[in-house]
Design a protein around this ligand. Sequence first.
Ligand SMILES: *Cc1c(COP(=O)(O)O)cnc(C)c1O
Length: 369
Amino acid sequence: MTLRRRSRRVSQSNAWPGVIEAYRSYLPVSATTPIISLLEGNTPLIYSRQLSQAIGPRAQVYLKYEGMNPTGSFKDRGMTLAISKAVEAKSVAVLCASTGNTSAAASAYAARAGLRSIVLIPSGNIALGKLSQALIHGAKVAPVEANFDACLALAKSLVNNHPITLVNSINPYRIEGQKTCAFEICDALGQAPDYHFTPVGNAGNITAQWKGYKEYRQHRKIDRLPVMLGFQAEGAAPIVHGAVVKNPKTIATAIRIGNPASWQGALTATQESEGAIQAVSDAQILEAYRLLANHDGVFAEPASAASVAGLLQLARTGYFTSRKKRQTTVVCILTGHGLKDPGCAIDSITMPKPLPPSLSAVSKAVGLG
Ligand SMILES: *Cc1c(COP(=O)(O)O)cnc(C)c1O
Protein backbone atom coordinates (compact mmCIF):
# COMPACT_ATOMS: atom_id res chain seq x y z
CA MET A 1 0.00 0.00 0.00
CA THR A 2 1.34 3.40 -0.89
CA LEU A 3 0.80 6.46 1.24
CA ARG A 4 -1.10 9.18 -0.50
CA ARG A 5 0.94 12.28 -1.06
CA ARG A 6 -0.68 15.24 0.52
CA SER A 7 0.01 18.91 0.27
CA ARG A 8 2.05 19.92 3.31
CA ARG A 9 0.32 23.28 3.46
CA VAL A 10 -2.82 23.70 5.45
CA SER A 11 -5.55 25.34 3.45
CA GLN A 12 -5.99 28.94 4.61
CA SER A 13 -8.67 30.25 2.30
CA ASN A 14 -9.81 33.02 4.64
CA ALA A 15 -6.42 33.89 6.03
CA TRP A 16 -4.58 37.12 5.21
CA PRO A 17 -2.33 36.36 2.21
CA GLY A 18 0.35 39.08 2.66
CA VAL A 19 0.48 42.47 0.94
CA ILE A 20 1.43 41.31 -2.56
CA GLU A 21 -1.47 38.88 -2.88
CA ALA A 22 -3.86 41.27 -1.15
CA TYR A 23 -3.06 44.17 -3.49
CA ARG A 24 -1.67 42.34 -6.52
CA SER A 25 -3.39 44.54 -9.12
CA TYR A 26 -1.71 47.67 -7.70
CA LEU A 27 1.79 46.17 -7.70
CA PRO A 28 4.40 45.44 -10.40
CA VAL A 29 4.15 41.63 -10.26
CA SER A 30 3.11 39.12 -12.91
CA ALA A 31 1.63 35.63 -12.67
CA THR A 32 5.16 34.19 -12.80
CA THR A 33 6.80 36.43 -10.17
CA PRO A 34 7.89 34.20 -7.27
CA ILE A 35 6.26 35.65 -4.14
CA ILE A 36 8.47 35.73 -1.05
CA SER A 37 6.17 36.63 1.84
CA LEU A 38 5.97 36.34 5.63
CA LEU A 39 2.29 37.37 5.48
CA GLU A 40 3.19 40.96 6.33
CA GLY A 41 0.62 43.76 6.48
CA ASN A 42 -2.95 43.70 7.84
CA THR A 43 -1.64 45.53 10.89
CA PRO A 44 -4.13 46.83 13.49
CA LEU A 45 -5.63 50.31 13.27
CA ILE A 46 -6.17 51.05 16.97
CA TYR A 47 -8.46 53.80 18.28
CA SER A 48 -6.74 56.02 20.87
CA ARG A 49 -9.12 57.56 23.39
CA GLN A 50 -6.48 59.69 25.09
CA LEU A 51 -5.22 61.20 21.84
CA SER A 52 -8.74 61.76 20.49
CA GLN A 53 -9.59 63.71 23.66
CA ALA A 54 -6.36 65.68 23.42
CA ILE A 55 -7.19 66.84 19.91
CA GLY A 56 -10.81 67.89 20.40
CA PRO A 57 -14.39 66.78 20.95
CA ARG A 58 -15.00 65.66 17.38
CA ALA A 59 -11.64 64.06 16.69
CA GLN A 60 -10.95 60.40 16.19
CA VAL A 61 -7.32 59.39 16.38
CA TYR A 62 -6.14 55.97 15.24
CA LEU A 63 -2.75 54.33 15.59
CA LYS A 64 -1.56 52.23 12.65
CA TYR A 65 0.63 49.80 14.56
CA GLU A 66 3.24 48.78 12.02
CA GLY A 67 5.28 47.13 14.77
CA MET A 68 2.95 44.15 14.29
CA ASN A 69 4.60 43.22 11.00
CA PRO A 70 6.62 39.95 10.97
CA THR A 71 10.01 41.55 11.65
CA GLY A 72 8.51 44.33 13.77
CA SER A 73 8.42 47.30 11.39
CA PHE A 74 6.76 48.62 8.23
CA LYS A 75 9.92 47.76 6.29
CA ASP A 76 8.42 44.29 5.65
CA ARG A 77 5.84 45.79 3.25
CA GLY A 78 8.53 46.97 0.86
CA MET A 79 10.89 44.08 1.48
CA THR A 80 8.44 41.36 0.41
CA LEU A 81 8.28 43.01 -3.02
CA ALA A 82 11.99 43.96 -3.27
CA ILE A 83 13.08 40.39 -2.44
CA SER A 84 10.45 38.80 -4.70
CA LYS A 85 11.67 40.95 -7.59
CA ALA A 86 15.32 40.16 -6.75
CA VAL A 87 14.51 36.44 -6.97
CA GLU A 88 12.62 36.99 -10.22
CA ALA A 89 15.71 38.78 -11.60
CA LYS A 90 17.85 35.76 -10.56
CA SER A 91 19.87 37.80 -8.09
CA VAL A 92 21.85 35.71 -5.58
CA ALA A 93 22.53 38.35 -2.94
CA VAL A 94 20.99 41.54 -1.58
CA LEU A 95 22.67 44.48 0.13
CA CYS A 96 21.43 47.39 2.21
CA ALA A 97 22.64 50.19 4.44
CA SER A 98 20.45 50.42 7.48
CA THR A 99 19.72 52.15 10.77
CA GLY A 100 18.42 48.70 11.76
CA ASN A 101 14.93 47.86 10.60
CA THR A 102 15.77 47.61 6.90
CA SER A 103 18.53 45.13 7.73
CA ALA A 104 16.17 43.11 9.94
CA ALA A 105 13.60 42.87 7.14
CA ALA A 106 16.16 42.29 4.37
CA SER A 107 17.90 39.48 6.23
CA ALA A 108 14.63 37.74 7.16
CA TYR A 109 13.14 37.83 3.64
CA ALA A 110 16.51 36.93 2.09
CA ALA A 111 16.75 33.92 4.43
CA ARG A 112 13.30 32.81 3.32
CA ALA A 113 14.22 33.20 -0.34
CA GLY A 114 17.59 31.47 0.01
CA LEU A 115 19.51 34.62 -0.93
CA ARG A 116 22.64 35.89 0.74
CA SER A 117 22.24 39.22 2.54
CA ILE A 118 24.80 41.86 3.39
CA VAL A 119 24.07 44.82 5.66
CA LEU A 120 26.10 47.94 6.41
CA ILE A 121 25.16 49.54 9.72
CA PRO A 122 26.49 52.59 11.55
CA SER A 123 28.45 50.96 14.40
CA GLY A 124 27.24 51.84 17.89
CA ASN A 125 24.07 53.50 16.62
CA ILE A 126 21.74 50.60 16.05
CA ALA A 127 19.21 49.28 18.56
CA LEU A 128 20.15 45.86 19.95
CA GLY A 129 16.92 44.12 18.88
CA LYS A 130 17.52 45.05 15.26
CA LEU A 131 21.17 43.97 15.25
CA SER A 132 20.23 40.61 16.76
CA GLN A 133 17.65 40.08 14.00
CA ALA A 134 20.16 40.64 11.19
CA LEU A 135 22.64 38.29 12.88
CA ILE A 136 20.21 35.47 13.66
CA HIS A 137 18.81 35.51 10.09
CA GLY A 138 22.36 34.95 8.86
CA ALA A 139 23.19 38.28 7.24
CA LYS A 140 26.80 39.27 6.71
CA VAL A 141 26.85 42.31 9.01
CA ALA A 142 29.43 45.05 8.51
CA PRO A 143 29.38 47.66 11.29
CA VAL A 144 30.94 50.78 9.76
CA GLU A 145 32.44 53.60 11.81
CA ALA A 146 30.28 56.22 10.11
CA ASN A 147 26.68 57.41 10.07
CA PHE A 148 23.82 56.02 7.97
CA ASP A 149 24.32 58.45 5.09
CA ALA A 150 27.94 57.31 4.66
CA CYS A 151 26.83 53.64 4.83
CA LEU A 152 24.32 54.26 2.04
CA ALA A 153 26.99 55.89 -0.14
CA LEU A 154 29.22 52.82 0.39
CA ALA A 155 26.33 50.48 -0.42
CA LYS A 156 25.67 52.31 -3.70
CA SER A 157 29.33 51.94 -4.72
CA LEU A 158 29.32 48.22 -3.86
CA VAL A 159 26.32 47.44 -6.07
CA ASN A 160 27.95 49.31 -8.95
CA ASN A 161 30.86 46.90 -8.82
CA HIS A 162 29.10 43.61 -7.97
CA PRO A 163 26.02 41.74 -9.23
CA ILE A 164 23.97 42.28 -6.08
CA THR A 165 20.58 43.92 -5.60
CA LEU A 166 20.36 47.05 -3.45
CA VAL A 167 17.26 46.87 -1.25
CA ASN A 168 17.34 50.34 0.30
CA SER A 169 14.29 52.46 -0.38
CA ILE A 170 15.92 53.91 -3.50
CA ASN A 171 14.96 50.49 -4.88
CA PRO A 172 11.59 51.44 -6.42
CA TYR A 173 9.96 48.14 -5.36
CA ARG A 174 10.38 49.13 -1.72
CA ILE A 175 8.21 52.22 -2.27
CA GLU A 176 5.68 50.19 -4.26
CA GLY A 177 5.27 47.68 -1.42
CA GLN A 178 5.13 50.34 1.28
CA LYS A 179 2.19 52.13 -0.32
CA THR A 180 -0.03 49.23 0.83
CA CYS A 181 -0.09 50.84 4.27
CA ALA A 182 -2.28 53.63 2.85
CA PHE A 183 -4.54 51.06 1.15
CA GLU A 184 -5.11 49.25 4.45
CA ILE A 185 -5.95 52.48 6.28
CA CYS A 186 -8.56 53.40 3.65
CA ASP A 187 -9.97 49.86 3.61
CA ALA A 188 -10.37 49.96 7.41
CA LEU A 189 -11.89 53.45 7.60
CA GLY A 190 -13.93 53.21 4.39
CA GLN A 191 -12.33 56.52 3.39
CA ALA A 192 -9.01 58.33 3.63
CA PRO A 193 -8.35 60.01 7.00
CA ASP A 194 -8.33 63.83 7.15
CA TYR A 195 -4.78 63.91 8.51
CA HIS A 196 -1.96 61.40 8.14
CA PHE A 197 0.94 61.73 10.63
CA THR A 198 4.19 59.87 10.09
CA PRO A 199 7.83 59.89 11.24
CA VAL A 200 10.32 60.87 8.52
CA GLY A 201 13.88 59.55 8.18
CA ASN A 202 14.94 58.71 4.66
CA ALA A 203 11.42 59.83 3.60
CA GLY A 204 10.67 56.66 1.64
CA ASN A 205 7.63 55.92 3.75
CA ILE A 206 5.86 59.27 3.42
CA THR A 207 6.58 59.14 -0.33
CA ALA A 208 5.06 55.65 -0.55
CA GLN A 209 2.03 56.47 1.57
CA TRP A 210 1.15 59.51 -0.51
CA LYS A 211 1.51 57.44 -3.69
CA GLY A 212 -0.83 54.86 -2.16
CA TYR A 213 -3.54 57.40 -1.33
CA LYS A 214 -3.34 58.96 -4.79
CA GLU A 215 -3.63 55.59 -6.53
CA TYR A 216 -6.61 54.65 -4.37
CA ARG A 217 -8.34 57.85 -5.38
CA GLN A 218 -7.56 57.22 -9.06
CA HIS A 219 -9.23 53.84 -8.69
CA ARG A 220 -12.18 55.51 -6.92
CA LYS A 221 -11.67 53.57 -3.73
CA ILE A 222 -11.68 56.93 -1.89
CA ASP A 223 -12.87 60.36 -3.00
CA ARG A 224 -10.56 62.63 -1.03
CA LEU A 225 -6.93 62.73 0.07
CA PRO A 226 -5.44 63.31 3.53
CA VAL A 227 -3.20 66.17 4.64
CA MET A 228 0.28 64.63 4.98
CA LEU A 229 2.26 65.65 8.07
CA GLY A 230 5.78 64.30 8.54
CA PHE A 231 8.04 64.66 11.58
CA GLN A 232 11.80 64.60 11.83
CA ALA A 233 13.83 64.67 15.04
CA GLU A 234 15.16 68.15 15.86
CA GLY A 235 18.80 67.02 15.61
CA ALA A 236 18.17 65.26 12.29
CA ALA A 237 15.83 67.60 10.43
CA PRO A 238 17.39 68.30 7.01
CA ILE A 239 14.05 68.68 5.21
CA VAL A 240 12.76 71.16 7.81
CA HIS A 241 15.92 73.28 7.49
CA GLY A 242 16.33 72.77 3.75
CA ALA A 243 19.94 71.65 4.18
CA VAL A 244 21.85 68.39 4.68
CA VAL A 245 22.74 67.69 8.34
CA LYS A 246 26.35 66.45 8.56
CA ASN A 247 26.13 64.85 12.01
CA PRO A 248 22.50 63.98 12.70
CA LYS A 249 21.73 63.36 16.38
CA THR A 250 18.67 61.87 18.07
CA ILE A 251 17.76 59.03 20.41
CA ALA A 252 15.36 57.86 17.68
CA THR A 253 18.00 55.93 15.73
CA ALA A 254 15.59 54.87 12.95
CA ILE A 255 15.24 58.49 11.84
CA ARG A 256 18.84 59.56 12.51
CA ILE A 257 19.38 60.58 8.90
CA GLY A 258 20.98 63.76 7.59
CA ASN A 259 20.49 63.41 3.83
CA PRO A 260 17.20 61.65 3.02
CA ALA A 261 17.18 59.59 -0.19
CA SER A 262 13.52 60.45 -0.89
CA TRP A 263 13.77 64.13 0.06
CA GLN A 264 11.87 65.23 -3.06
CA GLY A 265 9.14 62.67 -2.45
CA ALA A 266 8.49 64.13 0.99
CA LEU A 267 8.26 67.65 -0.44
CA THR A 268 5.86 66.52 -3.16
CA ALA A 269 3.63 64.77 -0.61
CA THR A 270 3.41 67.76 1.71
CA GLN A 271 3.08 70.36 -1.05
CA GLU A 272 0.37 68.50 -2.96
CA SER A 273 -1.60 67.71 0.22
CA GLU A 274 -1.05 71.13 1.87
CA GLY A 275 0.73 69.42 4.74
CA ALA A 276 4.17 70.01 6.24
CA ILE A 277 7.39 68.49 7.49
CA GLN A 278 8.20 69.69 10.99
CA ALA A 279 10.66 68.89 13.78
CA VAL A 280 10.05 67.47 17.25
CA SER A 281 12.61 67.30 20.06
CA ASP A 282 13.91 64.11 21.65
CA ALA A 283 12.10 65.15 24.85
CA GLN A 284 8.80 65.35 22.94
CA ILE A 285 9.50 61.99 21.29
CA LEU A 286 10.13 60.35 24.67
CA GLU A 287 7.03 61.95 26.18
CA ALA A 288 4.87 60.55 23.35
CA TYR A 289 6.66 57.18 23.64
CA ARG A 290 5.69 56.93 27.31
CA LEU A 291 2.13 58.22 26.76
CA LEU A 292 1.48 55.54 24.14
CA ALA A 293 2.78 52.80 26.41
CA ASN A 294 1.09 54.10 29.57
CA HIS A 295 -2.36 55.05 28.29
CA ASP A 296 -2.92 53.15 25.05
CA GLY A 297 -1.01 50.00 25.97
CA VAL A 298 0.91 50.33 22.72
CA PHE A 299 4.68 49.86 22.81
CA ALA A 300 6.29 51.50 19.78
CA GLU A 301 9.94 52.28 19.22
CA PRO A 302 11.12 55.86 19.84
CA ALA A 303 11.23 56.89 16.15
CA SER A 304 7.59 55.81 15.82
CA ALA A 305 6.53 58.15 18.59
CA ALA A 306 7.63 61.12 16.45
CA SER A 307 4.25 60.98 14.68
CA VAL A 308 2.37 61.27 17.98
CA ALA A 309 4.78 63.93 19.28
CA GLY A 310 3.97 65.86 16.11
CA LEU A 311 0.23 65.43 16.63
CA LEU A 312 0.46 66.79 20.18
CA GLN A 313 2.64 69.68 19.00
CA LEU A 314 0.13 70.72 16.34
CA ALA A 315 -2.78 70.30 18.76
CA ARG A 316 -1.08 72.68 21.23
CA THR A 317 -0.71 75.35 18.56
CA GLY A 318 -4.44 75.19 17.75
CA TYR A 319 -3.94 73.56 14.36
CA PHE A 320 -7.15 71.54 14.69
CA THR A 321 -9.46 74.00 16.50
CA SER A 322 -8.83 76.61 13.82
CA ARG A 323 -10.27 74.23 11.22
CA LYS A 324 -14.05 74.11 11.55
CA LYS A 325 -14.84 70.60 10.52
CA ARG A 326 -17.58 68.25 11.69
CA GLN A 327 -15.48 65.18 12.28
CA THR A 328 -11.74 64.95 12.11
CA THR A 329 -10.13 61.58 11.49
CA VAL A 330 -6.43 61.32 12.22
CA VAL A 331 -4.10 58.40 11.64
CA CYS A 332 -0.65 58.24 13.26
CA ILE A 333 1.77 55.69 11.85
CA LEU A 334 3.67 53.78 14.54
CA THR A 335 6.48 52.53 12.34
CA GLY A 336 8.17 49.93 14.57
CA HIS A 337 7.80 47.81 17.71
CA GLY A 338 9.06 49.00 21.10
CA LEU A 339 10.86 45.71 21.74
CA LYS A 340 13.31 46.65 18.99
CA ASP A 341 15.00 49.02 21.41
CA PRO A 342 14.61 47.72 24.97
CA GLY A 343 17.54 49.89 26.06
CA CYS A 344 15.52 53.03 25.44
CA ALA A 345 12.62 51.77 27.59
CA ILE A 346 14.94 50.85 30.44
CA ASP A 347 16.75 54.19 30.23
CA SER A 348 13.51 56.14 30.38
CA ILE A 349 12.24 54.60 33.62
CA THR A 350 13.88 54.01 36.98
CA MET A 351 14.92 50.40 37.28
CA PRO A 352 13.45 48.96 40.52
CA LYS A 353 15.97 47.63 43.06
CA PRO A 354 16.08 43.91 44.09
CA LEU A 355 14.28 43.20 47.39
CA PRO A 356 14.67 40.65 50.18
CA PRO A 357 12.03 37.87 49.92
CA SER A 358 9.90 39.25 52.76
CA LEU A 359 6.19 40.05 52.60
CA SER A 360 6.63 43.42 54.25
CA ALA A 361 9.45 44.57 51.96
CA VAL A 362 7.61 43.47 48.79
CA SER A 363 4.25 44.92 49.92
CA LYS A 364 5.86 48.23 50.71
CA ALA A 365 7.80 48.35 47.43
CA VAL A 366 4.72 47.72 45.24
CA GLY A 367 2.57 50.24 47.11
CA LEU A 368 0.43 47.73 49.03
CA GLY A 369 2.17 48.26 52.36
C1 LIG B 1 12.74 53.26 8.59
C2 LIG B 1 12.02 53.76 9.75
C3 LIG B 1 11.53 55.08 9.81
C4 LIG B 1 11.79 56.07 8.75
O1 LIG B 1 11.16 55.76 7.54
P1 LIG B 1 11.67 56.48 6.20
O2 LIG B 1 10.97 55.77 5.11
O3 LIG B 1 13.14 56.29 6.17
O4 LIG B 1 11.30 57.91 6.32
C5 LIG B 1 10.82 55.46 10.92
N1 LIG B 1 10.59 54.60 11.95
C6 LIG B 1 11.04 53.34 11.92
C7 LIG B 1 10.76 52.46 13.08
C8 LIG B 1 11.76 52.88 10.83
O5 LIG B 1 12.21 51.62 10.82
